[in-house]
Write a protein that binds this ligand. Sequence first.
Ligand code: HXC
Length: 512
Amino acid sequence: MSTLEDKYRELDEKNQQASMGGGKERIEKQHLAGKLTARERLELLLDKGSFTEIGKLVKHRCYDFGMEKKKIPGDGIITGHGKIDGRLVFAYAQDFTVFGGTLSRANADKVVKMMDMARRMGAPVVGLNDSGGARIQEGVQSLAGYADIFHSNVKASGVIPQISAILGPCAGGAVYSPALTDFIIMTKESSYMFVTGPDVIKAVTHETVTKEELGGAMTHNSKSGVAHLIGDNDESAMMMIRELTGFLPSNNMEDPPVKPFSDDINREDESLQDLVPDDPNKPYDMMVIIESVADDNNFFEIMPHYAKSMITGFARLAGKPVGIVANQPAFLAGVLDINSSVKAARFVRFCDAFNIPLLTFLDVPGFLPGTNQEFGGIIKHGAKLLYAFSEATVPKITLITRKAYGGAYCVMASKHIGGDINLAYPTAEIAVMGPEGAVSIILRHKVSDEEKTKAVEDYRKAFANPYKAAELGYIDEVIYPRETRKKLISALEMSQNKSVSGPPRKHGNIPL
Ligand code: HXC
């Protein structure tokens, strides 16, 4: 008969075995590859000592290819819950040292169980991915496990925030769980994502491409738009996730977390008075306005490397998180194109799902012309942004700093699609199009240069200002740039208890 001491020893041994994952050698290999282990990552992600593991002793149930002789408690994934800045968060971390972090039926069950729990408790899920994909020895059981996770991601979408970090390989169908989550963070040089790798591509399309070019962090942050942020390494990626979650409510029934603040709500910024140049064709940096209005000038940008004519990200005003969507006149004049529309649309929908008010800054010459854009479906993609802003019921505060031309005026949270407070600087130009373009159409048959110059001037006087729109009530107030922060804070305060209900329906049909 075993003694009490034996029983405790048995538990110690099991815990020890699970904690060592694939063993010392594989842990060293992981470190040599510039990566941390799954446990080290969780330690950095979560408040010190807050992690509670669930399912540490789960083992796989595979009897093929000699797998019955290879069992490691935990089975290549660590699941559980902990805290970030004292707030509950659920997390899983794939352990590459155990069977390459591959997905078995048993470890998929662990993820789904943890996600179900996260939904019931109303707390975010963070997934740390580093895996060889489907565990080949388990065949369709592994595929079933993936599909169960995808289903779980979709059930959690819009209910709890979901964040994925890609910290190693993520290939094949495995990419679709992160793709279904709200934010993807990748690490420089040690992570990649692709549906089919370089070898398959070579065989099928004869293209030669490296893993990094095909699916590295910069590719997905600047070209494909699949990922939202880049960390220099595992540690910086974990810090970014901590910062990001600080802006988010734990679930869709909560308001975003308010933080104590010391920045004066009436702080004025004289430098904004002459930020917008006299010459309408001269660029300036919209980021200056965003940082000027934010508490402590702190702006957390989302997708900083992608579709740079549009800025998206989070800030706090008077301690309360807001989602900021802004045209960037310093990049392609702030034009709306396919990528910038899709980038902003997804961000707007995230904010709306999680009760985060939207601040929209406009300086937009319109939609980008060209066959590339038309053939690429700018109509459908631009409509996504229009749809997203229109359906959003969170407070929507809009500021036009300069150009608000054509369809882009309507799309960017105008009064007509539910803007709660629409402000403009005296430099705003709200019209169907710019003066030169307008005159070249309405005076197409009058060729005298003199006449054209005069018409451009007349048009500029009549339309290149905010006052027509203000007379019609489409602009609620024309403000001095120096007082932007206090005007935005006042509008946010006024609209904080906004309540809107839509018609009953299963769901709308956003033009995907
Ligand atoms: C079982 C796997 C595995 C897999 C890796 N391993 N991938 N075991 N199934 N899919 C094991 C290796 O045998 C090895 O075990 C350990 O994990 C570490 O792998 P290494 O190859 O030594 O590491 P590394 O050199 O860093 O290369 C990592 C890798 C490579 C690039 C991920 O292992 C690889 O290409 N694996 C196959 C990837 C793949 O094709 N997966 C299927 C994708 S399709 P030992 O015991 O030797 O340490 C997919 C479909 C999902 O996932 C569908 C969802 C709908």
